[in-house]
Design a protein around this ligand. Structure first.
Ligand code: NDP
Length: 692
């Protein structure tokens, strides 16, 4: 084996040429001389690397098999649950790359020779054994040993079978998405029959769960026994559970959504607007009950949820109700013989996938524009906060939305994937992390769905020397500690002009030390717990790294363990001084109550440092010089900016990020672009002249 990188790359190139050749002229036609000719090298060089034809084909077959194995390994690393691991194996084996004409034909050429060529048989048998053993080890955690073995064999046979049939039909019988859907459905059915082998997703405390809204959306069958148990992050107590939607439930939801959407889209905009306005009224009338539910589920203080979460959702429905009524196309003058016009039409069935920090608000911010434009939406809340979206579904039905037009499906990432890969869903709007955004975008690609991605951030707040100091401190506090710091647009990099830094920090620490941390249901509480135990440890890990990297904790920096708060996931609001741009607490999104303060000397320098981030969600500037404010804002790489305030998000203003913080916009008129498609119509006014 060559160890030199140039040799390795030449070898890899010859293997690629061999795969091309197999795809074009088949096994028999592929010879050393032919490969040498195609690659523009001498047959001797090919022989030098591979010996003879068998050696070359053996290397090519290994390379194809290794690619699938690497994919399986990479996906297995990402997924912890046994069901997730089975899915990883299915997804890697039936990935779109394996359904590509070139690769698929090369695979077929090899399969045809396996019985005759010993070395190929060896590769094939290792590959097959590895697949079986991966499947078996995941299945053993879900079903009894013998059943696991036989189910593993069935899944492996189905993977090969569905692929082979697709290949033999010239890729007409199935594509990657439908093949994976078939296998997924098969596995789910097998795991959900019999002795409840699907295994709970719960923490073992599910028996204590009291009745909570379940995922049973209009017309959706929730046969899957797999459950998610939701915990109150302030106390660690079980709040309730929801059933996970698998392929059967998701397919049923899509069918129900298609029926609902046809009815909904046929209504005049004014009628749709009335339904959306009624939904807003119901949201407002149930503000306290919904705010309490949200506070229990997320841990956010009731003083926040009572004034923000539900109200912002209601405002969003009101805003988009008025747009539903006033949506219009364009008239285009094309001279005396013709004119044109455009129609803004709905996309059809769309999906929303939410994060856990503002569950109801996120559901409303996605549902309101989608529905206003005449779409149906299937929404998956984050597994940590599943309840309030179900209430929204109830409210929309009560307001008069046709059944199926807004449905909630519950689940983990796998349920999200079923939505993003579904061929009958035309768009996905995700709020989540950057990594999830990339996964969603790539899963949406085979069906060419459009995506709106509201992702993470590490936003800068710049406080110039002429800023009103108390306002700037208020902005920094709002931009770091609201919702215990779990806000995507938070200003976690606070750049303060060196001449005022000491005064700024003094006021900041004084005010931060008065923040009341406690039971989220207490109206006096300003800081609640983080959303989960896992997240608590992530945030504490960052605080430890900040210290280790040399930043100085001015206040906070620890978990709160006193009294009843010790049962929950509370972290004291933390301010780091003496930060440097390269520290991990300054570069990475922590998503907790952790502020980094950095000094700067001049405008050009601070703009450069503020922009030196892969993120670009938000930014803020505090200054009394309005010319400077606009000049600086114009140069900041961020989608959403504030001058002399922070984190205010009126529905009228589009919200979203640039760079790795996302694509597309929520709210404002801009959202209409993302939930409609334009139809252009040419209307002839005269006779048709044809040269024929
Ligand atoms: P995640 O990205 O972990 O999850 C978001 C949602 O996506 C969840 O419903 C999750 O399901 C689902 N999901 C995860 N993987 C996949 C996948 N491969 N395919 C489809 N769906 C998937 O984000 P968090 O819930 O942890 O939320 C925090 C993040 O959200 C932060 O980065 C924050 O900045 C960002 N955010 C951005 C906002 C914005 O508007 N820009 C606003 C609020 C938050 P499950 O929960 O079951 O894993």
């Amino acid at each position: 084996m060559p160890s030199d990188p140039i040799e390795e790359s030449r070898r890899a190139q010859l293997i690629e040429v061999t795969i091309d050749s197999l795809a074009e002229v088949g096994y028999v036609g592929t010879t050393l001389a032919q490969i040498a000719g195609r690659a523009g090298v001498s047959p001797g060089l090919v022989a030098h690397y591979f010996g003879d034809k068998d050696g070359l084909l053996d290397a090519a077959f290994r390379s194809l098999a290794r690619r699938v194995s690497d994919q399986v390994r990479a996906r297995l690393r990402e997924l912890g649950t046994p069901r997730g691991r089975i899915q990883a194996i299915i997804d890697a084996n039936l990935a779109p790359e394996e359904f590509d004409q070139r690769t698929g034909t090369a695979w077929l050429a090899f399969w045809g020779q396996v019985l005759q060529v010993k070395s190929l048989r060896r590769v094939q048998s290792v590959y097959q054994r590895r697949t079986l053993s991966n499947l078996n080890s995941a299945l053993k955690k879900l079903v009894a040993g013998e059943e696991a073995r036989s189910l593993a064999a069935m899944i492996a046979a189905m993977i090969d079978g569905v692929w082979l049939r697709a290949a033999l039909s010239g890729w007409r019988e199935a594509d990657s998405a439908s093949a994976r859907a078939l296998l997924t459905e098969f596995v789910d059915r097998r795991l959900h029959v019999g002795d409840g082998a699907g295994g709970g997703a719960g923490s073992g405390r599910g028996a204590e769960a009291k009745a909570v809204p379940d995922a049973r959306a209009a017309g959706v069958r929730t046969a899957a026994p797999e459950r998610i148990v939701s915990i109150n992050p302030a106390t660690g107590a079980v709040l309730g559970h929801v059933s996970v939607a698998g392929p059967v439930e998701v397919n049923a939801a899509v069918r129900a959504a298609q029926r609902g959407q046809a009815h909904w889209a046929a209504m005049p905009g004014a009628e749709r607007a009335r339904v959306l306005r009624r939904a807003a009224q119901i949201l407002r009338s149930r503000n306290r009950e919904l705010a309490e539910l949200e506070s229990r589920d997320t841990g956010k203080p009731i003083q926040e949820t009572l004034v923000v979460d539900v109200i912002s959702g209601a405002e969003c429905f009101e805003y988009f109700a008025s747009l539903a009524q006033s949506m219009s196309g364009e008239h285009i003058d094309l001279g005396q013989q013709a004119f044109g016009y455009t129609r803004r039409e709905p996309l059809g069935v769309v999906a929303g996938i939410g994060a856990w920090n503002y569950p109801l608000q996120i559901a409303c911010w996605k549902a309101a524009p989608a529905l206003a434009c005449g779409n149906a939406m299937i929404f998956k809340p984050a597994e940590l906060t599943p309840f309030s979206a179900v209430k929204l579904e109830e409210i929309l039905l009560e307001a008069g939305l046709p059944a199926g037009t807004f449905q909630v499906v519950q689940g983990l990432a796998e349920t999200g994937r079923l939505l993003t890969r579904h061929p009958d869903i035309r768009k996905v709007s995700l709020t989540g992390e950057v990594g999830t955004g990339k996964a969603v975008m790539s899963d949406a690609a085979p069906t060419l769905k459009s995506v709106t991605l509201e992702l993470g951030g590490k936003s800068p707040l710049i406080v110039f020397e002429d800023a009103k100091l108390d306002n700037a401190v208020s902005g920094a506090l709002l931009g770091n500690f609201y919702s215990s710091g779990q806000v995507c647009s938070n200003a976690t990099r606070v750049f303060v002009h060196a001449s005022i830094k000491a005064a700024f920090l003094e006021r900041l620490v004084k005010r931060a030390s008065t923040l009341r941390i406690g039971d989220p249901m207490d109206p006096q509480t300003q800081i609640g717990p983080l959303a989960s135990e896992q997240h608590l440890h992530k945030v504490l890990g960052y605080i430890a790294r900040g210290r280790a990297e040399g930043a100085r904790v001015l206040i906070g920096g620890h978990r709160i363990t006193e009294g009843a708060l010790g049962l929950g996931f509370f972290v004291a609001p933390t301010v780091f001084d003496q930060c440097r741009d390269e520290m991990s607490i300054v570069r990475e999104e922590i998503f907790g109550p952790v502020m980094s303060v950095l000094a700067f000397e001049d405008e050009r320098e601070v703009i450069e440092r503020a922009n030196a981030s892969e993120f670009g969600l938000a930014a803020g500037v505090f200054t009394s010089d309005l010319t400077r404010a606009h000049r600086v804002i114009a140069q900041l790489q961020a989608g959403t900016c504030w001058i002399n305030h922070y984190n205010i998000t009126p529905i009228e203003l589009p919200f979203g990020g640039v760079k790795m913080s996302g694509l597309g916009r929520e709210n404002g008129r801009a959202a209409l672009e993302h939930y409609t498609q334009l139809k252009s119509v040419y209307v002839a006014m005269g006779d048709v002249e044809a040269p024929y």
